[in-house]
Write a protein that binds this ligand. Structure first.
Ligand code: NAD
Length: 533
């Protein structure tokens, strides 16, 4: 039985950028990664670098003409090659002892820690994260690797099962095979790192199709894995579009599992495609699909610190421009305190500093792309007809894709902006008659990812524990900022398969259990033997 010599897991500390040495370290990192822009990046299959394909540019959403990198577009033929290369690598990777696989993650985590500002700087430039948001994303990526390395030892150790005297019984976890890893752009480092390394540390090999909005960060991570000693073919870097690479990949008969995080629409599409058994397919594909949210914070009349509640709402709604699956997009306020709480939320929203995140002073940066800019603007146009515009509402795409944090009050619980995921800086405020009504409104959603309740009343908190139907519930705090190991993450309903990333159940999704029984005393036939099948 392997014994890890790893110290107990601890979350990576966040960086305090008010300290001058940290501020200058980040400025230097931004300058360094800016010095690397404009390069071309290959598709990498089985360690082989492939270029010369058609390409697309990844750009900076704060300066839409700044090209960060040029990416080769994989095709259906590359999907074939990548799946083949991954199966070839699987034959030896699955036999590696857990020390080797977990060791790779710990080494990569340490290397990322040493270069953390460079990873954060790449996110600041490619997806418009503020310094603090980018730093938290990098810290989470490090946490995932450290946590899953330790978890791999637990899954590789002897499993508790009932023993019978006539047999030597055990249960072992073995990898599934070759998987497709399809991450989103909004936690472009953390989520991609978690999904990829969980698959790899359990002995699988993968085809990683990065999001088209964040391939620059994805490639930096892939290169780090290679530098940390990842053998060729264990992770294959297949950049390309959802239609040209994504579909052939998820439909491929030799893909054993799909690990997806993204929108409800794409998640349902993948689930449906994966369910169709293709010619020659030997298994039912396993799909882990973590999808969208329409997350609510309830503020009850028995809340003594309304200022604290308003600050938590604003942080949850507008952190990373509201582009988090966990973002608060519905504020449900008890009518008894509506007129006290709402002005506080509006005042704090209007005080947010919007700027290019590279400057270091921004609290709100651009939204990720032209497409996102347009979608969010359309929702705001609809929202101002569905409620009362209280803050923001202005969008400006002259230099970058900037949208003011927008608050819309007096929204009906069934209005479009209260039901559909906008995935931008738009908060709908809904009035509730009382706590019962607030809970009913909160649960009146196709999603069920995160939620929070502010109240001083213990009984109401207990009711929220039982009745608020979300995968991640927070009491008297904001509804974003889940920590690896502390808040295993995943949602109910159309928010996905509740995989609980960063939790003890997660690696099990990349494994299959095999029970092995060896008869040791043929003469001692027991009652259990007779009854078993
Ligand atoms: P998206 O669904 O547009 O894309 C996600 C990934 O799927 C990307 O890599 C994309 O290229 C790929 N893709 C698109 N079409 C495909 C196809 N036909 N076949 C295979 N792959 C395809 O989502 P996004 O815009 O990248 O991310 C935002 C969404 O992700 C939001 O809905 C957000 O709530 C959700 N999200 C959920 C969680 C969670 O843990 N539940 C975490 C982060 C983000």
């Amino acid at each position: 039985m392997p014994t890890p010599s790893l110290p107990e897991f601890k979350n990576e500390a966040l960086v305090d950028f008010t300290r001058p040495e940290n501020k200058s370290a980040m400025e230097a990192a931004i300058a360094k990664v800016r010095g690397e822009i404009g390069r071309e990046y290959p598709v990498v299959i089985g360690g082989e670098r492939i270029t010369g394909l058609s390409t697309w540019d990844s750009t900076n959403p704060a300066h839409k003409d700044e090209v960060l990198g040029r990416f080769n577009k994989g095709t259906r033929a590359h999907v074939e090659q990548a799946v083949e290369a991954a199966w070839k690598a699987f034959e030896s990777w699955k036999k590696q002892p857990v020390d080797v696989r977990a060791g790779l993650l710990v080494r990569a985590a340490q290397m990322m820690r040493e270069r953390k500002h460079e990873f954060s700087a790449a996110m600041i430039l490619e997806v418009g994260k503020t310094w603090a948001e980018a730093d938290a994303d990098t810290a989470e990526a490090i946490d995932f690797m450290e946590f899953y390395a330790r978890e791999a030892y637990r899954y590789a150790s002897e499993q508790p099962i009932v023993k019978v005297p006539s047999e030597d019984n055990n249960l072992v976890y073995i990898p599934l095979g070759v998987g497709a890893v399809i991450p989103p752009w909004n936690f472009p480092l953390a989520i991609m790192t978690g999904m990829t390394t969980a698959a790899v540390v359990t002995g699988n090999t993968v085809v990683l199709k990065p999001s088209s909005e964040s391939p620059w960060i994805a490639y930096r991570f892939f290169a780090l894995l290679e530098e940390a000693g990842l053998p060729p073919g264990v992770v294959n870097f297949l950049s390309g579009s959802g239609a040209e690479v994504g579909d052939p990949l998820i439909q491929h008969p030799r893909i054993r599992f799909i690990s997806f995080t993204g929108s409800k629409e794409v998640g349902l599409h993948i689930n449906e495609e994966a369910a169709k058994a293709q010619k020659g397919q030997l298994w039912i594909k396993r799909v882990v699909a973590e999808m969208g949210g329409k997350d609510a914070i309830i503020v009850d009349r028995e809340t003594s610190n309304l200022d604290e509640a308003a600050a938590a709402v604003v942080a949850s709604a507008f952190g990373f421009q509201g582009q988090k699956c966990s973002a608060c997009s519905r504020l449900i306020v008890d009518e008894a305190i509506y007129d006290q709480l709402v002005p506080l939320v509006v005042e704090k929203t209007k005080a947010l500093r919007i700027d290019d995140p590279a400057s270091g002073d921004a609290q709100v940066g651009p939204v990720v792309s032209r497409k996102a800019f347009k979608t969010i603007k359309d929702y705001i146009d609809k929202g101002v007809k569905e409620g009362q515009l209280l803050a923001g509402g202005v969008a400006d795409d002259q230099e970058g894709f900037f949208i003011q944090p927008t608050v819309i009050g007096d929204v009906d619980a069934r209005a479009t902006i209260a039901q559909e995921e906008i995935f931008g800086p738009v908060l709908a405020i809904i009035k509730a008659k009382d706590f019962d009504d607030a809970l009913r409104i909160a649960n009146d959603s196709q999603f069920g990812l995160t939620g929070a309740v502010f109240t001083d009343n213990e009984e109401k908190l207990d009711r929220a524990r039982e009745e608020f139907f979300v995968g991640n519930l927070y009491l008297n705090r904001k509804c974003t900022g889940a920590l690896v190991g502390v808040h295993p993450f995943g949602g109910f309903n159309m928010s996905g398969t509740d995989s609980k990333a960063g939790g003890r159940d997660y690696l099990g999704l990349f494994l299959q259990a095999k029970s092995i029984a060896r008869k040791v005393k043929p003469e001692s036939k027991t009652v259990q033997d007779a009854a078993a099948f």
